[in-house]
Design a protein around this ligand. Structure first.
Ligand code: SF4
Length: 331
């Protein structure tokens, strides 16, 4: 069987807080714990969860902007942790990122055309004519007029700036784009345009996306599969339709119940979620969701539930909804 485009194995990131020359160890922030998933070519995997659940840290780990505490990220079967600077540069051509805030991610001193061609010029020299042709082509692909290549980011609307960020990501013809809250700063109508654009580009170019969002309506619109994260861990990973039709993990159920429903015929789950996300510095024992979970039993306080495959292909970490066959010894 061929390797998936992206394979993430047991990815973990802990940050030490308050260390200094005199104080070598401080409390740990467990930002990402034992996260595993695959992404196939041309697929969109969405990662969803409340603020602070670790989803943006996963994005940074995938891009190797931060180094993991443990685990591996494999692209076409190659572990990116083992790449030297030159190989890492070549690999970065294949994975690009689109950020939440298009304005702060674009150099205000460069024109749109320069912003688009800059990544390519890090790898090869382009003539003036080639630069012009590349910028014009990519602007058209993202639905902008070629003459906009002469404008600065401050002369563009929010939606145009995000289109420009996408054009820049496309310039290196990546296989995978990591989109971190890529539409959350935009108006709803512009959001829909950008989501449709991403879907069109995926169909035309076979690009895979890891799409990180806190917004379930966005995820439902664009995702093929969805990973739900809670306090650094994946708690449910399922095909998008199945997840929204019948969430299994109580946290997924609560997230969907809390989301606005544009379709009045859809029946909402009644499971409420109360309280705040606990601190990742001192996460609750056992299942980290247990202080907020209406189904929690004694075991939840003690044992961290493993991700268990369900008959319909999803995986779920919950002692009640996806019990393991063998119970470990309880005190
Ligand atoms: Fe709730 Fe227990 Fe399942 Fe965690 S393991 S989601 S606390 S029922």
């Amino acid at each position: 069987m061929s390797n998936p485009l992206l394979k993430v194995e047991n990815l973990t990131k802990h940050y030490a807080l308050g260390t200094s020359l005199l104080r070598k160890s401080g409390p740990m922030v467990r930002a990402v714990e034992d996260v595993s998933f695959c992404v196939e070519a041309g697929e969109t995997l969405c990662i969803v969860g409340e603020s602070g659940c670790g989803k943006s840290t996963v994005a940074r780990l995938l891009m190797r902007i931060v180094e993991p505490t443990g685990g591996r990220v494999l692209v076409d079967g190659n572990d990116i942790a083992g790449l030297d600077a030159r190989a890492l540069r070549a690999w970065r051509r294949r994975m690009q990122m689109v950020f939440q805030d298009p304005y702060s991610s674009l150099n205000p001193r460069l024109t749109a055309g320069q912003i688009i061609t800059e990544p390519v010029e890090n790898f090869e020299r382009l003539s003036r004519k080639q630069r012009h042709a590349l910028a014009a082509d990519l602007l058209q692909r993202v639905g902008m007029r070629p003459e906009m290549m002469h404008r600065f980011p401050s002369e563009l609307s929010g939606g145009q700036r995000q289109r420009l960020g996408i054009a820049r990501a496309l310039s290196l013809e990546p296989s995978l784009i990591i989109a971190d809250e890529a539409v959350s700063a935009l108006d709803v109508s512009v959001q829909a345009q950008i989501l449709n654009l991403l879907q069109d580009l995926q169909q035309q170019m076979g690009i895979a996306f890891v799409f990180i969002s806190h917004d379930l309506s966005v995820v439902e619109h664009i995702g093929h599969r969805v990973a739900v994260m809670y306090l650094g861990r994946i708690v449910e990973l399922a095909p998008c339709e199945a997840l929204f039709a019948k969430p299994v993990h109580p946290y997924t159920e609560a997230l969907i119940a809390a989301a606005p429903v544009p379709d009045p015929t859809r029946v909402r789950s009644e499971v409420p979620v109360e309280g705040e996300v606990p601190s990742p510095i001192n996460p609750p024992s056992g299942c980290a969701f247990h202080p907020r979970c209406p189904l929690a039993v004694e075991r939840c306080r003690i044992e961290t539930p493993p991700l268990v495959p369900m008959p319909d292909g999803r995986i779920v970490a919950c002692h009640v909804r996806a019990p393991t066959k063998e119970r470990s010894t309880l005190p």
